[in-house]
Design a binder for this molecule. Sequence first.
Ligand code: NAD
Ligand code: MG
Length: 411
Amino acid sequence: MDHTLIDSKPVMSNLAFETVQNVAILGATGTIGIQTLDVISQHPERFNVFALTANNNVKSMISLCQQYTPKYAVMLQEQAALALHAALKAVNASTIVLHGEQALAEIAGHIEVDTVMAAIVGAAGLHPAMAAARSGKRILLANKETLVMAGSLFMRAVEEGGATLLPIDSEHNAIFQVMPRQRAKNLVDMGIKRVLLTASGGPFRNASLDDMRAVTPEQALNHPNWVMGPKITIDSATMMNKGLEVIEAHWLFNASADQIDVVVHPQSVIHSMVEYSDGSVLAQLGNPDMRTPIAYGLGFPNRLESGVSSLDLIKIGRLDFSAPDFSRFPCLRLAYDALKAGGTAPAILNAVNEIAVEAFLAERIGFMDIPIMIESVLTTSGIEDVASIAQLAEVDAEARRAANIWLKNHA
Ligand code: NAD
Ligand code: MG
């Protein structure tokens, strides 16, 4: 399997900026979507908002469509699309409103689109991301679940489709920034020993296991450093987010599990690091604000203003580091295990995690039940080699069924 990331082909020239880029934002109403629009609106001469998509948040889409006048708006839900269409018609807006999964994928691969921000949350982001890859788009990938579920197929589609892949997840964006521009097929050929993913440790970094068992959704949704959607915020609290990122790094950088280390760094100032064979460790630093990696992806290979304030190291004063605690954060271990097991194991891990997070937010299970449920379904599921997206859709559905049965028996 080939693992070319991004610039096995020549880096885009500065000429890219002489034409206006048509951007499709998938998941426009989410935290990444809104921050992408914030950066874009700082550079109206460079970017045109061509399409916006969302699940069912009509209210937010009405105002985004009025502000950014996209050619297309796509809602997943038909009812939401009808409501959006009616509201836009009432104000004489010219945006064409579509709905459904098929329309999402069509917009992601639309011939007029140059850049796709893939910022849908969860497994729902896979199909449109695949469509963007196959159509050779410049893909700004925030939806890490795409790589967790279907890393091999997605990376192949990127290569075969001639797409340009830019990681937006802050850790992977940091690693991308400090890796040599001239890519080799594997880390060793680039003189790289390992990558170090930093983790804030989330709100329960120092909590006791007993306290963690009693955690409420409200407490878990209160992330110390980052403002993010609810799913990734819970993933950060369990450290499953870091686990998903280990798998993401595996596919993006062709790194094996033992070439990827996690370091807890509560200040979230160092976004990740790369260790070279000579002992040099290169890091990317900045305030914890996703507009930095988003602006990097939009501007690459140039730098754009993002609106992020300067890093004040004197005010921050110190940077701390510690080892992750696998006993209090079993989700991180489960993700490493799934990566090592390979095949469909990460897709199962991802699907069950999505059900577990929903169940925790609905107060049907406790915080520490999340890893128990995932481990239970993983160990009782058959793991297959990954063959196709259709197979992964089945695996995903089957894992969700098994997770729901577990819930019935335990919640
Ligand atoms: P969010 O919950 O704030 O937004 C999700 C967006 O996806 C919304 O626009 C929603 O309408 C849309 N959506 C949800 N379900 C959908 C479905 N079934 N079909 C189509 N659209 C759907 O999430 P977020 O925090 O912006 O995260 C988006 C993605 O980016 C996630 O994969 C997350 O892991 C990743 N990411 C986020 C951050 C962050 O700081 N928020 C950082 C790194 C990576
Ligand atoms: Mg991240």
